[in-house]
Write a protein that binds this ligand. Structure first.
Ligand SMILES: O=c1[nH]c(=O)c2[nH]c(=O)[nH]c2[nH]1
Length: 296
């Protein structure tokens, strides 16, 4: 019986980088969290500690800063692709790269009705994300968003589920439905206007959440994914993770008040976690490696 090193990657995680474009007095800001991971011929460092082929993660971090200086960052998908290609093209042992980017949203602070030139406010917790996986000459892009918090104050029911001796949940034909959307969608190719596609996918998911009369968060998940695929031929599949942010009706009978679906206790945990993939039935499944480490 032998023991061998399996799939592996290494890199610098969570390089926080802020860039300011000062081409005019109206500055623009890009606020990113960038993680690099290199894949390739790294058996020796694992077997013997011979680092001859190991580009230090410290150098990878510096490269993130340097490439952001050499050319403006632009769309996160393009920046991630440039980074990944740089490592593959300049380091012989590197055969593949996986670059993750999260982008934090800043809005101009309104002053007398117009956005200020160089003062910004963090607009929400929402992040735009991308995961670019480069394998030799092939580039695969999975973009997404994180922590887009949404709520419907009606138009949501939940009933018809199995009951057993532990069931206490009451069936409801009118409840609050709230979640923080994390979504990742896989592109079929890279000939994409990234910003436009992102805005349109986001808008489609929001519109569908709003207009779907929901009998389960699972149903809303499917409808949101389906709407994205129907509108976006460039997208092969959508994966979503939807925490059910429960809002429990406060029982006011004890103090003689009738609560007509007006006052809720917003629980933060535990929460239901509804997850799923909506895909076209005529495209191949993505290799695991585009989402995480192969075989993990
Ligand atoms: O939309 C829902 N899906 C569930 O699976 C579930 N389970 C639960 O207790 N409440 C809900 N709501």
């Amino acid at each position: 019986m032998g023991i061998v090193m399996g799939p592996n990657q290494y890199g610098k995680s969570e390089c926080r980088i802020v860039t300011i474009n000062r081409d005019s007095s109206r500055h623009t800001i890009k606020d990113l969290n960038v993680s690099t991971a290199l894949r390739g011929d790294f058996d020796e460092t694992h077997y013997t500690g011979d680092n001859a082929k190991v580009l230090p993660t410290d150098t990878q971090k510096n490269t993130v800063y340097a490439l952001a200086k050499e050319q403006s960052v632009g769309e996160i998908e393009d920046f991630a692709t440039r980074l990944g290609r740089h490592f593959i093209d300049t380091q012989e042992p590197v055969k593949g790269a996986r670059i993750l980017v999260e982008e934090y949203a800043w809005e101009r602070i309104p002053v007398s009705g117009t956005g200020h030139d160089h003062s910004f406010a963090r607009s929400s917790d929402e992040k735009r994300t991308t995961a670019v996986t480069i394998d030799g000459s092939e580039t695969h892009v999975v973009s997404g968003l994180k922590d887009l918090v949404v709520l419907k104050s009606t138009g949501s029911e939940f009933w018809g589920y199995p009951k057993d001796r532990f069931t206490t949940l009451a069936e409801t034909d009118d409840r609050i439905l709230a979640t923080a959307v994390t979504a990742r969608w896989r592109y079929l190719h890279t000939d994409v206007d990234w910003a436009k596609s992102f805005e349109s996918v986001r808008e489609t998911m929001l519109e569908t959440f709003a207009t779907t009369h929901s009998y389960a968060l699972q149903q809303s998940l499917y409808e949101m994914g389906k709407a994205v695929l129907e509108k976006h031929p460039e997208v092969a599949e959508v994966r979503m993770s939807l925490p059910n942010k429960h809002h429990f009706l406060v029982d006011m009978q004890q103090f003689g008040l009738e609560n007509n679906n007006e006052v809720f206790f917003a629980a933060d945990r535990p929460y239901g976690l509804i997850e799923g993939t909506v895909s076209r039935d005529d495209v191949e499944e993505a290799p695991k490696a585009w989402y995480s480490l192969p075989e993990f």
